[in-house]
Design a protein around this ligand. Sequence first.
Ligand SMILES: NC(=O)c1ccc[n+]([C@@H]2O[C@H](COP(=O)([O-])OP(=O)(O)OC[C@H]3O[C@@H](n4cnc5c(N)ncnc54)[C@H](O)[C@@H]3O)[C@@H](O)[C@H]2O)c1
Ligand SMILES: [Zn+2]
Ligand SMILES: [Zn+2]
Length: 235
Amino acid sequence: MKALCWHGKGDVRVDTVADPEILDPRDIIIRVTASGICGSDLHLYDGLMPTMEAGDIIGHEPMGIVGDTGRDVKKFKFGDRVVVPSVIACGSCYFCEKTLFSCCDSTNPGADLAKAAMGHAPAGLFGYSCMLGRYPGGQAEYLRVPHADVGPIKIESDLSDEQLVFLSDIFPTGYMAAQNAGIELGDTVAIWGCGPVGQDGSDLIAPLEGTEADRLRQERSEGLSQDGGMPPILA
Ligand SMILES: NC(=O)c1ccc[n+]([C@@H]2O[C@H](COP(=O)([O-])OP(=O)(O)OC[C@H]3O[C@@H](n4cnc5c(N)ncnc54)[C@H](O)[C@@H]3O)[C@@H](O)[C@H]2O)c1
Ligand SMILES: [Zn+2]
Ligand SMILES: [Zn+2]
């Protein structure tokens, strides 16, 4: 298959690599139909993430159609449509039982490296270095998805890929940031950085809290997203 591989700072290439295979009975293989490029991929591109290795397949915002399924998979069958979250969670460890999926302590074989670098180890993550498990990522034609019954979302609507793919990473990140901030009606909120995460956070705050993301509207009306980025938004 073709896949986008990291080769060093500022150097990613579409390479021909081996197709993924079922390695565990809880795996599925999907044919990727849409795959986002996260702001976090820019950190890889800029050479900021330790323990990347030349040839690593990147991408952690994929969705697609189920091909193979491991024999223990219950939620999916051949042909199902699925959005795959960036985080790989086992569903049964101490953290997963508390729905703290990004803290899953059984899916990251690079946990010791992560602890040394960051103090604590998160769950495994697609396409994001040895210290996050070295799982081949989703900017590829096919993807192996471990623990398919836990995180992946089965899609049974006819919404388009473009409407759904942000469920994998960007949308829940903005949502959780807005939720964790404990915003109440009447608060003034400043969001630094209005890429997709910041914009999802802002868009969510407005309808949820009955408020208005007025600065964001102002920034957009001035055409600031047209150059692919926004200047600092300081309240
Ligand atoms: N689950 C997660 O933890 C998770 C998921 C997705 C993204 N992220 C992180 O969230 C951040 C945003 O992601 P994104 O995909 O929206 O990235 P992005 O690169 O698309 O957007 C970042 C925005 O920040 C702006 N910016 C840069 N410097 C700024 C400054 N000094 N002041 C104000 N704005 C500034 C840029 O112009 C850009 O619009 C990234 O750091 C990414 O790594 C985390
Ligand atoms: Zn991301
Ligand atoms: Zn777990």
